[in-house]
Design a protein around this ligand. Structure first.
Ligand SMILES: NC(=O)c1ccc[n+]([C@@H]2O[C@H](COP(=O)([O-])OP(=O)(O)OC[C@H]3O[C@@H](n4cnc5c(N)ncnc54)[C@H](O)[C@@H]3O)[C@@H](O)[C@H]2O)c1
Length: 312
């Protein structure tokens, strides 16, 4: 059996871009993808991967995939990825996000997978209200954050007890071309961009003073590709952020500039705050930069590329 990479959530924003990065690095690399299309799209999936439509929390499907392919690396990116949506059906969130991780970890040990890279989130920290390093206290405010933190803890146990080479990436706010502009409950940049492309009246749930750390999609996939070359992961968790703080007001200003709309001409209304929303957080990325020295794409450049991709 050939050596394969398994990418879960391959129809989604980040995983589909990651597959392109992996294929650019090695066009002959065999890739297996899984997606249940809850938020992803068939069109995002390259033709030259081996695709299974289904759910990562389906043990029968995992048995088929692992029985058929020799999986060397797993990129577990499938998830319900909205804090807000996790309140609609916490039980579903737990199953689709956390149980799926546990099942995949279990299979990874059984089939001696070399590397397991997990997409966690800055939501595990909750309201840090400051720059958060990996040792910052975790106090999630949404069921989504709770489930991701539980997955991280499962990874740590699999690493220590079963010698699985794994790492949890605490992704901050990832944005860029390919982000879903139809889903107005997931992704801060995409939500404001989608609204401003339609109208000058936009809704912002919560204060304009809230802040985030915005990281461009290509920077994220570049980091993950770099991690695939590591023999072993020395730490359990890694912040994936730029270390720069951007207020919601500056996000909207940046989008206005990219769209060539005057900020003065837009009207912002503030319906009630989103349940479980975080006031402010940005990444202490010293660990990342010590491991992978790099420059990040600035928000004003990244948002221009995103707008251009929509207009193409
Ligand atoms: N985009 C961000 O800013 C961000 C920030 C922090 C963490 N993350 C994490 O990164 C990962 C990817 O996020 P994204 O922005 O690409 O989201 P996305 O919604 O575009 O992609 C997720 C994909 O997973 C699929 N999926 C969901 N549950 C599944 C399941 N149980 N089995 C199979 N497929 C399933 C969806 O259909 C979708 O294609 C997620 O784990 C998310 O929690 C994203």
């Amino acid at each position: 059996m050939d050596n394969c990479f398994l990418v879960t959530g391959c129809g989604g924003f980040i995983a589909s871009k990651l597959i392109k990065e992996l294929k650019n690095d090695d066009p002959n690399q065999r890739i297996i993808g899984i997606d249940n299309f809850t938020t992803g799209y068939q069109d995002n999936i390259p033709d030259d991967i081996f695709f299974y439509k289904g759910d990562c929390a389906d043990r029968d499907l995992l048995n088929i995939i692992f029985g058929k392919h020799k999986i060397s690396k797993i990129f577990h990116f499938a998830a319900q990825s909205s804090g807000e949506i996790s309140f609609d059906n916490p039980e579903y969130d737990l199953k689709t996000n956390t149980l799926s991780t546990l099942y995949l970890l279990d299979k990874s040990v059984e089939y001696e997978v070399d590397q397991f890279i997990f997409a966690s989130t800055m939501s595990v920290y909750g309201d840090a209200n400051e720059k958060a390093s990996e040792v910052h206290k975790c106090n999630p405010k949404s069921f989504y954050g709770v489930g991701k933190l539980a997955s991280e803890n499962y990874l740590s146990i699999y690493k220590r007890q079963f010698n699985l080479n794994c790492i949890s990436l605490r992704l901050f706010n990832v944005y860029g071309p390919g982000q879903n502009l139809k889903n107005l409950r997931q992704g801060m940049v995409s939500i404001y961009l989608a609204q401003l492309m339609k109208s000058k009246d936009i809704e912002v749930h919560g204060s304009l003073k809230r802040f985030r750390d915005l990281i461009y999609i290509d920077d994220v996939t570049r980091i993950i590709l770099n991690l695939t070359k590591w023999r072993s992961f020395d730490f359990d968790v890694l912040n994936i952020g730029t270390g720069l703080k951007t207020s919601v007001e500056n996000i909207i200003l940046g989008i206005c500039n990219a769209l060539e709309v005057s900020y003065k001409d837009i009207k912002i209304t503030h319906p009630k705050e989103t349940l479980g929303d975080i006031n402010g957080i940005y990444a202490n990325n010293e660990r990342l930069l010590e491991s992978i020295p790099m420059d990040f794409i600035k928000f004003d450049q990244g948002i221009l590329k995103m707008v251009d991709s929509v207009n193409d």
